[in-house]
Design a protein around this ligand. Sequence first.
Ligand SMILES: [Zn+2]
Length: 468
Amino acid sequence: MTARMRARRYARLLPALLVALTVATPSAQTKITLEKNSYSVADDVRVGQEAAAEAKKQLPMLDNDQVGKFVESVGTRLVAAIPDELRHAGFHYTFDVVNQKEINAFALPGGPMFLNRGMIEAARTEAAMAGVMAHEISHVALRHGTAQATKGQKFQIGAVAGQILGAIVGGTAGSVISQGSQFGLGAYFLKYSREYERQADLMGAQIMARAGYDPREMANMFKTIQAEGGNSGPEWLSSHPDPGNRYEAIVQEASMLRVVGNGDSGQFESIKSRLAAMPPAYTAEQIAKGQTTTGPRTVATGVVKVEPPSSSYRTYQPSNFLRISVPANWNPVDASAGSVTYAPGGGFVQGDDGGSAFTHGVQVGVVQGGGGNLQQDTQQLLKSLSRSNPDLRAAGNARRETIGGRQGLTTPLSNVSQVTGEREYVALSTTQLRDGSLLNIIGVAPQSEAKTYENTFRRIRQSLQIAD
Ligand SMILES: [Zn+2]
């Protein structure tokens, strides 16, 4: 539910940005060929799948439908742009999001890619995120993992999954294990030489252009990683070292490429809002210590795990004529002209544009200038709410109810949350003030928790004291 009637919808925020991009002849793109590789394509597939299965066991995956589908759709678009000569039998590109804070991503031989939530959050645009993905895809398509192993010492192909994971888990934790793993086999698949980096940058740029993304956004993303990474940024950069003049080389390649169509889905801002609404991602340290499945941070769906409403209540005075009690674990989170929202931690999201939305909580507001008829004014308010919440529907009949000691109406509604994409339960209660304006209380909770919150909202309504 948008917290303010004027709040805009996140999904529609992103204008078509990539309209006119550089047009140049594609003939001059840098040619990149496969390196010598003594391993079979099937070896790539097997090693990658084993390591991927292990990664899914050891890393906290972000199990969120919308985010997952979005990343997959970007990945699919990029994969479709891999040149024919780099398509290998049995390669299967998959895209998983790890609920981890540090800006990192890795791709395993044969195609499995893991993208940290922190990487998506750090990206300023969809194309920037696609840039990291295109770079990783290029390492896979160019078979850099096994090519690098070919140059190094011989190893037993069957034993590498655990060692790759040692490099991933140890590496993300920045622990001693990662120092050791650089000499182990895992390092071959995850830490690339500068020459391979140069190739992945250029091939990544070419894939991006064919997929409809401006390749310069990859160069920008690398700058972001460097600038915003702080202590966590160098992890990606240490596995993907700067081959020298990285930014300039990518921009130079981009100038020779023609961007085909517009790959931007327009969904990036809404995906970022969604991520911002979730509890914080785990840190590498928490993951390394196995602290990802205990405590209140545990989330079954990857969406916000919000504490249930406390049974003790706290009273607020949002205006000089109004007193209201809400569960003690809720706080006033947003006060704007004519309304105030009380929500539990994780139940309220502030968008970049100043718009906001809440998934759990109540908003108390006053709408001026009604006609003085409770039913008609309530209908008018509903219409107005529907404009900013187009999925808002009646979910039963309005019933009369005493609110703040006077005649009121409570209307059960159903909506689709703009934060989670899930169905939500909305209870709209209205009553009139002496000056004819309409006092309204809007309770919002996920449909799956409607029973619990129905009682909470009733108790809040009953606590209302009006002295106008
Ligand atoms: Zn790389």
